[in-house]
Ligand binder design. Structure first.
Ligand code: G4P
Length: 532
């Protein structure tokens, strides 16, 4: 098959949600449609149990198998779908943000009872920043959820995106009758006892058709009223607006009952973006370039603690990746060859000979890779858009066993390369501060440092509100600032300067007092300035 043909049959996306909205259930239903798994429950067993909030042993156990579910590849209607898994636990949000750099679109799952939740908002912010097209699935329509019009309003207001319902629910909870597809003009009736199949869709072109009254009885008039209201409020679906990430189409259904899932998947493969171009520091790389390029967005380390092996997950951006062919590691300026690149089919890992744009491959690594590294066939370039965001909790790393200083240094460096946490080194001093999104990470790090590196450490809480990456055109002012604020100026893994602001108020004051210095919200400086 030609490169172009390989590209147009691929879709790479992630399902995102606030925990418990139904991401795992929906993923599983997709995999069943794709024939990638045979039984319900297969994905679920790989999920970090909800009770495990402080049980890092459980997380350890999960780490071993989560590699297999990091990328789930399946085929549906001749389309090769790469579904990238994102951790459900909020303390692993940073991992989710990075995974979003490797997808071309997302499906956002909302719980119809709870509506927009905190994690939904944060994830959507990342999608908006990256202009990632989003399809919304409002789940759990079999429950007594909120009014669908209110939910749409809430999505628009709280997620700051225009929505376009493509299906509409007929009643809800115990009275839920099904959905009317506004796009295809088909009616799909819900019955909680049986799984829906395609033939259940009935064409109802004209809503005044008396058949509608026969089928959904007194709900028919309400549907007519709702649809006429919808036609007035929502302008009609323009797929280009969705692809430009200006409008999010919305579907209603129930993942647990497999209702509305096939409809969602069918629409997804019809409208979702093909593997997209990506920006580099030099130029835009388009997928159908002959030469291979890709970037590392995730590293999974020490799967087997006895061997320090790691898997670097690479998203292919252009060209064809081939096994045993030298590729160029741009940061290290080095040629590397991989004899057993892995692909992932839901639960099994297998070696592949070639891979194409949109695909994610796993490369066994002995310490060459960092998140964000770019690969090519010789061209020196750096993919953009894989920034670090400010962590939310900061603690100072204290060595508890001076005999094991080397092990601690190496361990913390490797764990942070893996993206478990961010490590900041004091610019004029020896302090090391570790920043994470959720407290649980500190337990995981402490445990892994002991277990895998034999190092003992302690974490001491620091009053830090935010990490801001700083730049300035005025070298002298920057040097003065570093000296003056030496307690709070650190560097990140790439040697970029970071100001660890003690409080929101102090950040504001510092910004006002130093107009020559720019404070950035992410490690990629073309993004917006910090607003305080
Ligand atoms: P997550 O990955 O987003 O965290 O959510 P997950 O799929 O695990 O779903 C969370 C809970 O919501 C599960 O119940 C799941 O069965 C339920 N659920 C998912 N979709 C629907 C739906 O359409 N309707 C209803 N009523 N519930 C739904 P659980 O009790 O935690 O697990 P289980 O005992 O059902 O496996």
């Amino acid at each position: 098959m030609k490169l172009q043909e390989e590209i147009i049959r691929r879709r790479t996306f992630a399902i995102i949600s606030h925990p418990d909205a139904g991401k795992t259930t929906l993923t599983e239903k997709f995999l069943l449609y794709g024939g990638a798994i045979q039984i319900a429950g297969a994905v679920k067993s790989n999920k970090i149990r909800k009770s495990a909030t402080s049980d890092f042993m459980e997380i350890e156990r999960q780490r071993g198998i989560s590699v297999a579910t990091s990328v789930m590849t399946f085929e549906y209607s001749n389309v090769l779908i790469n579904l990238l898994d994102t951790p459900g636990h909020k303390d692993f949000a940073e991992d989710t943000y990075r995974t979003l750099t490797a997808v071309d679109s997302v499906i956002l799952v909302i719980d119809s009872v709870k509506g927009v939740e905190t994690q939904t908002k944060k994830l959507m912010e990342v999608c908006r920043m990256r202009k990632t097209p989003v399809i919304v699935f409002i789940n759990k329509m079999d429950l007594e959820g909120r009014d669908p019009f209110d939910l749409l309003d809430e999505l628009e207001k709280m997620l700051n995106i225009k929505v376009q319902p493509l299906s509409w629910p007929i009643n809800k909870g115990s009275e839920f009758k099904g959905v009317y597809n506004l796009f295809d003009r088909t009616l799909q009736l819900f019955s909680p006892e049986k799984q829906t199949v395609e033939k259940d869709r009935l064409e109802i072109d004209d809503l005044n058709d008396p058949l509608l009254d026969e089928l959904i009885l007194r709900d028919a008039d309400q549907l007519r009223e709702d649809v006429s209201l919808l036609n007035g409020v929502y302008p009609g679906f323009d797929v280009d607006e969705y692809l430009a990430a200006n409008i999010a189409p919305v579907f209603f259904g129930s993942a647990r009952n497999n209702f509305g899932v096939k409809e969602l998947l069918d629409t997804f493969i019809r409208i979702s973006p093909l593997p997209e171009s990506r920006e580099t520091d030099k130029r835009t790389v388009v997928p159908d370039e002959e030469d291979f390029t890709g970037f590392v967005f995730k590293i999974h380390a020490n799967i087997d603690p006895k061997h320090r092996n790691r898997i670097a997950f690479v998203r292919i951006v252009s060209g064809k990746f081939e096994r045993n062919k030298y590729i160029y590691h741009c940061r290290l300026d080095k040629e590397l060859k991989f004899s057993s690149p892995a692909t992932f089919m839901a639960s099994a890992r297998s070696i592949i000979d070639e891979a194409f744009p949109g695909d994610v491959i796993g490369l066994y690594d002995t310490g060459n890779f960092k998140i964000g590294d770019s690969l090519s066939e010789g061209e020196k370039l750096q993919f953009r858009g894989i920034p670090s965001f400010s962590p939310e909790i900061f603690k100072e790393l204290i060595n508890r066993d001076p005999m094991k200083t080397k092990q601690l240094d190496k361990g913390i460096e490797q764990l942070t390369e893996e993206g478990v946490a961010q490590l900041f080194y004091q610019q004029h001093g020896s302090k090391k501060v570790v920043g994470v999104v959720g407290d649980l990470q500190f337990e995981v790090i402490q445990y892994r440092l002991k277990n895998e590196y034999g190092a003992s450490c302690e974490f001491v809480p620091k009053d830090i509100y935010k990490a801001c990456w700083i730049t300035s055109n005025d070298k002298k002012k920057l040097t003065e600032f570093i000296r003056f604020k030496s307690q709070n100026v650190f560097t990140d893994k790439d040697d970029h300067l970071v100001f660890l602001a003690p409080s929101e108020w102090l950040l504001k004051v510092t910004q006002e007092a130093n107009p020559e210095i720019t404070f950035h919200t992410t490690s990629e400086f073309k993004t917006e300035k910090v607003e305080v």
